[in-house]
Design a protein around this ligand. Structure first.
Ligand code: MF3
Ligand code: CO
Length: 254
């Protein structure tokens, strides 16, 4: 299946959804505090998204047979992705990945960031910063007809030269009228390999970076993904449009 670029009309809708999601992430920053619980952030996100006339993309989303039960994923410390919101209070020093998708007028946007709860260790801060830098190192190579492997390789090398490992069992994805479209956007790869991406391609790029080994495991709830060695993991994601000369982050304010 070839990668199908979006029309200007589709991009305009995704841009609007992306601004909405960016505003939500700014509001959530103030809510991630010691003693707060992820279930309250989930309710806040649900209200924000629905009041804006959009729908939470994750709620009821099916993977295998199971439906995801919440509007956000909240993944703390050694949890990599897909943590289900709960009532366990955040502790000072935690890092919490919050991942949210919304569907505005039939088009999805998807983003994630990892927040610090109060003051965090220097090592945790370096991991979070490196994950964001790996994302920006990756997108810097984007322009019309770039090889997907150029993006993947740039993310991988930024993470690994900092001494970290990239999660290989999960990846980013094309996005549009479906939350997950082609292509799969791996966070490791080789420059020059893979399909080329025409201008108008929209992809969710989402490095998941581990302080220790790259291997991950699924918990008994059948959703939460944790690091195999119990060490910290960080996640950062934006929905990105590829343009003739570069890229546009759709899930950012400007
Ligand atoms: N952002 C996640 C992804 O891109 C979506 C979470 S899957 C869900 O795959 F099941 F939680 F919705
Ligand atoms: Co995603």
């Amino acid at each position: 299946m070839p990668i199908k670029p979006k029309s200007e009309a589709e991009i305009a809708i995704m841009r609007m959804g992306g601004k909405l999601l960016a505003e939500l992430f700014i509001k959530i920053e103030a809510l991630v505090r010691p003693g707060a619980v992820s279930k309250d952030i989930d309710s806040f996100a649900y209200d924000f998204i629905t009041r804006a006339g959009a729908k939470p993309s994750f709620k009821g989303y099916k993977v295998g047979g199971a439906k995801y039960p919440a509007s956000i994923c909240a993944s703390r410390n050694d949890e990599v992705i897909h943590g289900i919101p709960n009532r366990t209070p955040f502790n000072e020093g935690d890092i919490v990945g919050i991942d949210i998708g919304l569907n505005l007028r039939g088009y999805h946007v998807d983003a994630a960031r990892t927040y610090a709860v109060g003051t965090i260790s220097a090592e945790a801060a370096r991991l979070v910063k490196t994950t964001e830098e790996a994302f920006f190192t990756g997108v810097a190579v984007l322009k019309a007809n770039v090889h997907l492997g150029d993006l993947s390789a740039a993310i991988q090398s930024a993470a690994e030269r900092a001494g970290y490992s990239v999660v290989r069992q999960f990846a980013g994805h094309g996005i549009g009228s479906k939350l997950h479209e082609e292509p799969q956007v791996s966070n490791h790869g080789k420059a020059g390999e893979g399909p080329t991406l025409p201008a108008g391609t929209t992809i969710a790029i989402e490095p998941m970076i581990n302080a220790g080994v790259s291997e991950v495991l699924m918990m008994d709830d059948d959703w939460t993904i944790v690091t195999r060695d119990g060490m910290l993991s960080s996640h950062y994601e934006h929905t990105v449009l590829i343009t003739e000369t570069g890229y546009e982050i759709l899930t950012a304010l400007s």
